[in-house]
Design a binder for this molecule. Structure first.
Ligand SMILES: Cc1cc2nc3c(=O)[nH]c(=O)nc-3n(C[C@H](O)[C@H](O)[C@H](O)COP(=O)(O)OP(=O)(O)OC[C@H]3O[C@@H](n4cnc5c(N)ncnc54)[C@H](O)[C@@H]3O)c2cc1C
Length: 463
């Protein structure tokens, strides 16, 4: 009598997908156990890194992982800032979508159907050549992927006028429990059939299943744009100026804020010629060439009435220099101290005049360097607390300051995150925001899609 030896799970994976799609060398496993989260987090080195090349590969992978109870940690480019793509269980596999990069454009319906590993900038370049526009523009767009952007519901400066990633996702294909394929939505603008599963999956941070394809809405590309620079002597006026701009009848395509510390930091990292100020706003308007000129003039006039220093970038090169300063802030801050906690709170715009100075009071109370910048037009502020990682006492002060930042945010009807997601680092605060009933509903949704807790376990909600 022969005894049939059961294959180990990784051998089964190799047989199901092909050897070259399942890597187990220590170097690869270690490399894929990181993302861009700047603070120390709980992480595990996965047992393998899997590179599916098709939806069928993903389906087989999930089927097998569900049979063998192997956790799966989906991953785009690993640029996430809250530990979303970081494995938390060494029995699990990291699933990298970097080989799924197909793009199909439907010009007649102005949609693009893309695989998750497509880099967002690459998609934008392709559609812009056809006169179309895919607006979501996280600062990481040159390397982050559409799959990662959808899983995080990423946003950026242009989302003020054009909306966030979720507003462009018309339909999804996602492999959920047991390897079942779920199709949601349709390539149409109107669709009110049943619960909106597409919107639920966008922003679910890989905890409900593995996205294999997305159909995205495209819009006509605006032909011209202009940038206005506004310089402030005090923080309170910034909040009032934002409200004035947003109620003036002009809808800027971007409205970005940098406080005085942010300006100093970026000037010493890569000088753009910005002066010493309490704060500045970068305001972009878009449309036809003549409407862009009119909008820039109107915004300049209303700011001058408030005694704010204003100038309009004379050409695209000067405008890009200003936007370059804003985009350099992330790397510039990384150079400043060994520890950085980067939160991305959101409050209603009208609360900004009160919230901005209160943030600075928290920094003073805990004797910490705080740099604030962000998408102020939609009330989304990046609050960076900088500290020395070797100094445990200072690190603890930073952690206490973060608690206060979130208390302040929630007391102003805000949200703990506008872009970066919950991942591992904000789980505690999600409960604060949702309360017991809301949190129970979130857990129920997770159980429905993933009863065995195998999709990105340990992230967003605990079962
Ligand atoms: C310098 C810098 C600037 C940034 N600026 C912004 C910004 O302006 N706006 C913003 O929103 N974010 C920003 N981010 C954060 C980050 O780039 C975004 O969260 C981005 O959407 C992550 O994309 P990614 O491809 O790197 O995904 P990853 O970091 O690899 O993964 C993110 C999440 O998506 C999940 N995931 C990935 N692919 C799939 C899939 N196919 N199916 C299911 N789940 C999946 C992962 O499990 C994880 O939970 C920035 C990051 C950096 C480093």
């Amino acid at each position: 009598m022969f005894r049939v030896l059961k294959k180990d799970p990784l051998s089964r994976l190799r047989s199901a997908l092909g050897r070259d799609k399942v890597l187990t060398s220590p170097v690869e496993r270690k490399l894929y156990s990181y993302d861009a989260t700047p603070i120390p987090i709980e992480r595990a080195v996965p047992s393998a890194v899997v590179f599916p090349e098709s939806e069928e590969d993903v389906r087989r992978l999930v089927e097998l992982c569900y049979e063998e109870k192997i956790p799966m940690f989906p991953r785009g480019a690993g640029s996430g800032l809250t530990g979303g793509a970081v494995p938390t269980d060494s029995r699990g596999v990291a699933v990298s979508f970097e080989k799924m990069t197909g793009i199909e454009i439907d010009l007649d319906n102005a949609t693009a159907t893309v695989q998750p590993g497509v880099v967002t900038y690459e998609l934008q370049r392709r559609v812009e050549k056809l006169g179309l526009f895919y607006p979501p523009d996280p600062s990481s767009l040159k390397y982050s992927t559409v799959g990662g952007n959808i899983a995080e519901n990423a946003g950026g400066p242009r989302c003020l006028k054009y909306g966030v990633t979720r507003d462009y996702v018309l339909g999804l294909r996602i492999v959920i429990k047991e390897g079942r394929l779920l199709r949601t939505g349709n390539p149409v603008i109107k669709d009110v059939a049943g619960y909106d599963l597409t919107k639920l999956i966008v922003g679910s941070e890989g905890t409900l299943g593995l996205i294999t394809s997305a159909t995205l809405k495209l819009i006509p590309k605006p032909p011209a744009r202009a940038t206005v620079l506004a310089l402030f002597d005090d923080l309170r006026t910034v909040g009032r100026a934002v409200t004035r701009i947003m109620t003036s009848g002009i809808f800027p395509s971007a409205l970005e804020f940098m406080d005085g510390s942010a300006v100093e930091v970026v000037e010493s990292y890569s000088p753009a010629g910005l002066p010493k100020v309490a704060a500045l706003l970068l305001i972009e308007v878009d449309g036809t060439p003549s409407s862009v000129r009119e909008q820039a003039e109107a915004i300049s006039a209303l700011l001058r009435e408030m005694n704010v220093g204003v100038s309009v970038a004379p050409d695209e090169r000067s405008a890009q220099k200003l936007w370059g300063a804003r985009k350099n802030l992330g790397p510039a801050l990384g150079n400043l101290r060994s520890g950085k906690i980067n939160e991305d709170i959101v409050v209603p715009r009208s609360h900004l005049p009160e919230v901005l100075p209160r943030l600075k009071e928290i920094a003073r109370k805990y004797d910490l360097l705080m740099v604030v910048f962000g998408h102020i037009g939609d009330g989304n502020l990046h609050v960076n607390l900088l500290y020395d990682r070797r100094n445990r006492e200072e690190e603890e002060r930073a952690e206490r300051a973060v608690d206060e930042v979130f208390e302040l945010t929630l007391s102003h009807s805000g949200s703990i995150t506008g872009e970066h997601g919950v991942g591992l680092t904000k789980k505690k605060y999600l409960r604060w925001q949702f309360g017991d009933t809301g949190y129970e509903i979130l857990r129920g949704v997770k159980r429905l899609f993933d009863p065995e807790n195998l999709f990105n376990p340990g992230k967003v909600v605990d079962l």
